[in-house]
Design a protein around this ligand. Structure first.
Ligand code: ATP
Length: 477
């Protein structure tokens, strides 16, 4: 991510919106120093779209927010969070957060700091990284003036992430910052300065005091970055990975038996995640890529005749997912089920592509994947990381065939959202049955006949097939 240079004049123009001038006027009336701070300023220099506007006031942020809302009139809504000493003003489409400049000191066993009023510099000191500590003054006499005591601008220019204070203090005070550090490095493609990085490693165990939701939030942001692998490599290098995601760390390593090695499933997984990220912003599809081989370490075996095997790793992976999601406080709803489904099915298209591509295999795949078939195909293509170009090309060619057949058959058979052409109720009525296992047997015989292409997916043909099958079973009308 490249930075642009902005002079004070440019910055004045960046803050030319009415809302900033209103803030400026209010602050001057109250006689308070007032700055835009943090991510908003950083993102101006990086030309990234920024969301929240954070304002720091040397004095009371709450008093400032209330005065601003009064000045803006009926359209402004203020919410005060007295226990945090912050307030938010919503005005038309804009949200502005106000906080009084603070000085913070931490105790070892908690993330809750002791907070006192402070100067702008005290406030910048408590920020996590130099690039997040930039502040631009909004008071009339100094409008657009940049306050950058830690040379954050130079770090933006160089693409460096560094803490304003001794990193051991910054990270130990609030260990979430270790995750934020790696997340920003991934989102911005920045380099984590050496001392800062060494300190993450040194303080890694303190991550345990951070709530799982917040860790997962950062993991999601890493996964949604342009090249997510960078974040996971940094998590690994810093030794945070086994603490926050042991199952992923367990994918690492290569074992050799009789001169035969299996691939390193951690790096393979990261390649798959990067591959899929070129094609989708769907967080849960990216999660499916991250977890597609998660079952491998548990089923890895050496079989003298075959070599390294990972039988059923997809099923084992699917079963591991609820535990992972529960622990990470990720949603245990249809999103998790979607990830599970893709993990279970992730080898199916490739197995089909590796063989003669039969209609019946394609129909079964469509039937099981339903509406998620396109996502499954993306995952499967992303999973081809073979370095052998000939082998890779063969798979990709066969995939084209699978995709074409999927299209043809779908039109012909409407399998994607399969509805049985003969319902259980019709079976019960025809043979005067109460609910019993024969109904299930007939239904699945009809389904199999359709998927295997024995009969078309139509009521008439299914009905005739059912009558024949029922006769075999000794059922009478
Ligand atoms: P993003 O919106 O992408 O998360 P951001 O930098 O705006 O990026 P916020 O979490 O909104 O991140 O935080 C706003 C600012 O508050 C940051 O730029 C930083 O100055 C400060 N900040 C946030 N969290 C911390 C923290 N844990 N420790 C120190 N400073 C923090």
């Amino acid at each position: 991510m490249r930075m642009i240079e902005l002079t004070q004049e440019d910055l004045k123009r960046c803050f030319s919106d009415n809302i900033f001038h209103q803030i400026s006027e209010t602050a001057d009336k109250l006689g308070l120093e007032c700055y835009v701070v943090g991510g908003y300023v950083r993102d101006l220099f990086l030309q990234r779209p920024s969301k929240d506007i954070d304002i720091v006031v040397v004095g009371s942020g709450i008093q400032m927010a209330e005065a601003l809302a009064a000045q803006l009139g009926k359209e402004a809504h203020v919410s005060v969070f007295a226990s945090f000493g912050t307030a938010q003003v919503k005005y038309r489409q804009t949200e502005v957060e106000f906080v009084g400049a603070r000085k913070e000191s931490y105790q070892h066993d908690s993330r809750k700091p002791i907070v006192e009023d402070g100067t702008l510099e005290d406030d910048q000191n408590r920020r996590d990284f130099t690039i997040n500590a930039l502040a631009v003054c909004l008071n009339k006499g100094r409008y657009g003036e940049l306050a950058d005591p830690f040379n954050g601008l130079e770090d933006l220019r160089q693409g460096n992430i560094r803490t304003p204070l001794d990193p051991d203090i910054t990270f130990s005070d609030d260990p979430l910052r270790m995750m934020r550090c790696i997340r920003f490095a991934t989102q911005l493609n920045f380099y984590i300065e050496e001392e800062t990085f060494a300190s993450i490693r040194h303080n890694k165990d303190r991550i345990q005091i951070i709530s799982r939701e917040r860790v997962a939030d950062e993991l999601n942001k890493i996964l949604l970055s342009p090249v997510p692998s960078k974040g996971f490599v940094e998590l690994d290098r810093s030794e945070l990975l086994p603490l926050i995601f042991p199952e992923l760390a367990a994918l690492q390593g290569v074992e050799i038996m009789n001169g035969r090695a299996h691939k390193d499933n951690f790096y393979h997984t990261l390649e798959v995640v990067d591959n899929i990220s070129k094609h989708t912003d769907n967080l849960w599809l990216r999660w499916a890529a991250l977890l597609h081989d998660i079952g491998k370490p548990r089923v890895k075996r050496w079989e003298s005749r075959i070599g390294w095997t990972f039988h059923n790793h997809n099923i084992i992976g699917e079963r591991m997912i609820p535990d992972i999601f529960r622990r990470m406080k990720l949603p245990m709803n249809e999103k998790m089920k979607y990830v599970q489904k893709l993990v279970t099915l992730h080898m199916r298209p490739i197995i089909i592509a590796d063989d003669v591509v039969t209609d019946s295999a394609i129909r079964r795949l469509l039937f099981e994947a339903g509406d998620d078939i396109d996502d499954l195909m993306l995952l499967c293509e992303a999973d081809i990381t073979s370095k052998n170009q000939i082998r890779k090309q063969r798979f990709l060619d066969n995939f084209k065939l699978v995709r074409q057949k999927l299209k043809d058959l779908e039109e012909k058979d409407r399998i994607r959202n399969f509805q049985p052409p003969v319902t259980g109720e019709e079976i019960m009525e025809t043979f005067h049955l109460r609910p019993c296992r024969e109904i299930g047997i007939l239904k699945s015989a009809i389904k199999d006949a359709i998927l295997d292409g024995v009969i078309p997916n139509e009521h008439e043909a299914a009905y005739v097939f059912m009558m024949d099958k029922a006769k075999e079973m000794g059922l009478k009308r």
